[in-house]
Design a protein around this ligand. Structure first.
Ligand code: NAG
Ligand code: NAG
Ligand code: NAG
Length: 249
């Protein structure tokens, strides 16, 4: 069978714009979350500075103390949605959504059902604005159970709920809670000290902890969605290998 350029043209034009976009456009990352994503204590800044390849970019909207409720009430969410509009022409805009550490507090005014509803609304609104939401199960705290010597899994309800929202909305998600719990258990309580903020804060991360956990986030994204993220990721094979092997980095 012979093809002329003209006979191929309609086929090329029939490829959906989003598929073509994926091959050509860099990514703009909008990071929505609490202090475990935020600058000074979270993984977000290191994600942008050490895992994002040249040409791609982003903004860390992580906010210390934020729950799914206060992130909207305080105006951060509006900025995220506004930024999708600003950047979607030149970039594929992805929004990571990671909450739970403050929602889980009895004083947050957010029940587990509210948490689910709020996450679902975030997903809907990102999609409606022309961005692509990625739900992220909450980074584990690094408190160990003295008798079992294992991490206390006190965000397991938030993890399950986040995944349930992703399933219902058919949205992308990565299971950072599981992966970070497994990694922290593998290296043990002593070896995690350099990742703790100030050495003793087992929720927030030091700058180096940010580099390590943001690499974990990046590795999960690339492993699950290679077609979307492989070519926009700045790799660190050494660090990825240590994390994968469950060795201290
Ligand atoms: C620690 O583990 C023991 C044994 O499984 C359990 O009974 C206890 O409730 C755990 N403590 C915490 C704080 O999770
Ligand atoms: C989770 O862990 C934090 C920090 O150790 C603690 O303050 C909080 O009460 C725990 N919450 C639940 C629901 O276990
Ligand atoms: C890559 O990872 C290694 C091992 O953890 C680390 O020493 C190094 O600083 C990292 N390089 C960059 C450019 O982040």
């Amino acid at each position: 069978m012979r093809f002329t350029l003209l006979s191929l043209l309609p086929v090329a034009l029939a490829v959906p714009a989003t598929v073509l976009d994926r091959a050509v456009k860099p990514v703009y990352w909008l990071l929505a979350g609490d202090s475990t994503t935020a600058p000074a204590g979270g993984w977000g800044d290191a994600f942008l500075s050490t895992t994002v390849a040249k040409g791609s970019s982003g903004h860390n909207y992580g906010h210390s103390g934020a729950s799914t409720k206060s992130f909207r009430a305080g105006g951060d969410w509006k900025k995220v949605i506004g930024d999708i509009g600003t950047h979607k022409k030149d970039y594929r805009v992805y929004v990571t959504i990671q909450f739970g550490h403050n929602d889980q507090k009895p004083t947050s005014g957010v029940s587990l059902a509210d948490y689910k509803t709020n996450l679902g609304n975030f997903v809907n609104e990102v999609t409606a604005a022309g961005g692509i939401p990625i739900l992220v199960t909450p980074l584990t705290r690094r408190t160990f159970n003295k008798s079992t010597k294992k991490v206390v899994e006190n965000l397991s309800n938030e993890r399950t709920t986040t995944i349930a929202v992703a399933d219902e909305k058919k949205a992308r998600f990565i299971d950072l809670n599981r992966a970070s719990t497994d990694y922290v258990n593998a290296i043990g309580e002593k070896a995690i000290t350099p990742y703790n903020l100030g050495g003793t804060d087992r929720t927030h991360v030091s700058p180096w902890g940010g580099v390590v956990f943001s690499r974990l986030v990046s590795d999960l994204l690339v492993a699950k969605y290679p077609g979307e993220f492989e070519e926009v990721t700045q790799k660190n094979a050494t660090l990825s290998a240590l994390i994968k092997a469950g060795k201290p980095a």
